[in-house]
Design a protein around this ligand. Sequence first.
Ligand code: ADP
Ligand code: MG
Length: 580
Amino acid sequence: MDEILRKGYLIDIQDALVLVRFETTARMNEVVKIKVGDDLFVSGEVTQIKKGKIAEIQVFESLTGAKIGYEVLFTGKAVTVKLGPGLLTSTYDGLQKPLFDMAKDSSYLGRGVSTIPLHTDTLWDFKPEVNIGDKVKAGDVLGMTKEEKFDFRIFVPFNISKELEITKVVEAGKYTVIDTVVWAKDEQGKEYKLAMSFDWPIKVPLPFVTRSVPTKPIPTGMRIIDALFPLAYGGTVVIPGPFGAGKTVLQHALCKNSDIDIAIIAACGERAGEAVEIFKDFPNLLDKHGNSLLERMCIIANTSSMPVAAREASIFIAIAIGEFYRLQGLDVLLLADSTSRWAQALRELSAKRGDIPGPEAFPMDIPQLIKGLYQRAGVDEGSGGSLAIAGTVSPAGGDFTEPVTKASQDSSGAFLGLSRDLANAKMYPAIDRTKDSYSSYEGFISQEDKNTILAMLKLGESIANSIVLEGRDSITLENFMKYEISRVVDRVFIQQDSFDKIDQQTSEERLALMLENVKSIMNMPLSDEITSHDGMNELFNRIQQAFLDWNRTAENSKEFSLGLKKIQKIINSQTAEAVC
Ligand code: ADP
Ligand code: MG
């Protein structure tokens, strides 16, 4: 069955790009194997076909050892991802090579090593759901297995274009991902052997059964998001922010605390070694239900030793895996950190190629490429699953008008702009609340409450500016009170400590209760008792402290009810005085 590989020869080598003169034909995007030594071949992808039977190839692995004249084999296959049970708990590099041992010794699998991304010795319970004589087509369910706690559908591979008739089915039992479990034939009588896994080209979106619009908000446990800038199942969000503003911490918190089934991380580290940290941190993390986080995760990491083309591919592998779990009927959140690294990889490749550059030397078609990524998010009503995509961007100098941030913003439903000033002031999460951030998704609190809080925060900011310019005592007591209210609301409700065991995660019920108290603070009348700025400041410091103490009590504990009473007592004492 194996096709005879077509051949070519290296005629030019430049880092991650090579030119190859081919003998017969070459196809765009097909995978090639390039000789780099005795019996050692590394992989690449055809990115351009030029006159004179010359193919330009971007290379995924180190080319050390390659020489002009060395042989290149054209495989006829696109860059694919292997999809099947066993992806969860796995950690891969940008070519879906397993990095299982990475956490142990930080070793990196050698180049040219061809490994199967899914363990081939693991046995999975397969329960057939088809019978001999059944007619099936791509995407139909052949049977079921169980991966971690999830029911897992075994599909007719999505690249089969013909209707097939089942000719043989194994008994229910234990099989590996490469064992044939179903035999079928097409109308011409050609035989198909189907296993529990299949290959899928990473740049082609997996189909939806029935696509629908994202409307349901994801409880993320993060108050500023759930209350003010909500995310949606199947939705998209871009998180731009300068270095050190909290992009990675935010993504990890989302992954840990959001009410989702599967989290996929595509990590393209900003700092050297950041990807390795993920392998060290995540295996020990528990989700909010106390279960191992890794059991519902798949991590794709770019190591610093990885060539630029492999970095470019990694985000697509992550998305294809996300789409696959959406087809399993699960709610998936994909976190790509950071997409700027991915865009920089594209920029490097296009510069090497000598393309006419677009703005800031990114490829001209960067907006379309970014749109193409985010468009793969969505809700699949047919399968019952969803894929939400959250991408961080690290714009140079924190400039949100640069091309990658701009294009990402144009392609996504929510925008959480991280602010250098807020991060410097340790006002975490440093998501800007008064200028850039927004969400087009429906959240957990009413639009009216949201508007009131945002307006109050904005007003507080403008009074703060006047205080800086004119001095505190020149501000009327009434305005000073508004400033104090906005400061306290930001401090106790908007800010949240991602590293505190309790505070890091706010349930929907707790959020509602907090909102009630926040509203009582916002509606406090100016009491006659308070006659000075100092007095006002003292009162709000007391409220703030009581609220912060309450934020650190476990929901529904004794301390929780006591803490709540204490806050209400302070607020009520003022309200009562004002009424008298
Ligand atoms: P970035 O990925 O944007 O470069 P990080 O996510 O690595 O930034 O955050 C930098 C540092 O800021 C963290 O190591 C942490 O100390 C602090 N930080 C960020 N977000 C929070 C948060 N929500 N709560 C507490 N500390 C935070
Ligand atoms: Mg980071």
